[in-house]
Write a protein that binds this ligand. Structure first.
Ligand code: NDP
Length: 277
């Protein structure tokens, strides 16, 4: 019989780590599966998803840049975590053929920090740089994990204000201008949720942002996180982590949704690190 069919949709997507991560999880259980990348530009994304599930035996899909909002929009049902964020990174198929939109980004980031790195986020004053899809994906989960406050700073202020309004906790969520970064105090947790590193761009940040024992976290990984993590170390942050662990944790959630089994993420994390990711 042909193996179960899975895919990750993105644009571009060729260098995605999702296929090797899912194959490594599958080997833990002796599951045989096909997991491929599907590069779809936005204009054909919805048709490509429909074709995958209706005609190619698709059992589940991951969705990444730039399709997370479109994946949410085309689904027939949305989990609570997806509904509050308004985007989806995982699609599952119901027995009646309807598609369900899930968002595991925030839970994956929090699990990476709390379980892999052993950090207790309760009470942290948090600074979020960026207000795009990834920032949105993790914002609510940070509150689930107990952060005290969230200050959102985005190059384009309107997007920060829109995210703060969506979260709807005016006493604990603030926005500031990028130009103010030098005099808005210091933070226990600083999250780089911008795509600057991925785009090969950089920015300078004042060291005053990092409180003593600060934790700095870049949602990007590999080369894209190098600049921010170098800044974090220079600012004397106690911890500086990239988003590789988050990627693997979000993949584990997708795997469990599709296969009903919880993979062990640590060997996969160690192996990708050893290979230089
Ligand atoms: P979006 O395009 O939705 O948002 C990009 C954000 O970055 C915006 O806030 C944008 O600001 C800001 N930005 C871009 N360039 C600069 C710059 N030069 N200086 C300052 N701010 C800048 O992207 P995503 O939110 O989807 O992705 C962000 C990052 O998160 C990516 O690197 C991605 O790889 C990573 N990611 C990692 C995941 C993981 O599992 N580890 C999961 C999801 C994302 P403005 O509004 O002004 O344009």
């Amino acid at each position: 019989s042909s193996p179960l069919q899975f895919a990750v949709f993105g644009h571009p997507i060729a260098h995605s780590l999702s296929p090797p991560i899912h194959q490594a999880f599958a080997r833990q259980f002796g599951i045989e599966l096909a997991y491929r990348t599907i590069d779809a530009p936005p204009s054909t994304f919805a048709d490509a998803v429909k074709h995958f599930f209706d005609h190619e035996g698709g059992r589940g899909a991951n969705v990444t840049l730039p399709h997370k909002a479109a994946a949410f929009a085309l689904a027939d049902e949305h989990t609570q975590a997806a509904a509050r964020v308004g985007t989806a990174n995982v699609l599952t198929r119901r027995p009646d053929g309807g598609l369900v939109a899930h968002n595991t980004d925030g839970a994956g980031m929090v699990r990476d920090l709390t379980e892999r790195h052993g950090i207790d986020l309760r009470g942290h004053d948090t600074l979020m740089l960026g207000a795009g899809g990834a920032a949105r994906g993790v914002a609510w989960s940070l509150f689930d994990a107990g952060v005290a406050t969230l200050t959102i700073v985005n190059r384009t202020p309107a997007a920060a204000d829109a995210l703060a309004d969506a979260i709807g906790e005016p006493a604990r969520v603030h926005t500031r201008y990028w130009e103010e970064l030098g005099n808005i105090g210091s933070y226990d947790l600083i999250v780089n949720a911008t795509s600057a590193g991925t785009l090969g761009q950089s920015f300078t940040l004042p060291f005053s942002l990092a409180a003593s024992r600060a934790l700095c976290y870049d949602l990007g990984y590999g080369k894209s996180a190098v600049g921010f993590l170098a800044w974090a170390r220079a600012a004397n942050a106690l911890y500086a982590y990239d988003g590789l662990g988050m990627l693997i944790e979000t993949a584990a959630d997708a795997f469990e949704l599709w296969h009903g089994k919880r993979p062990d993420t640590e060997p996969v994390y160690q192996s990708l690190r050893a290979q230089g990711s």
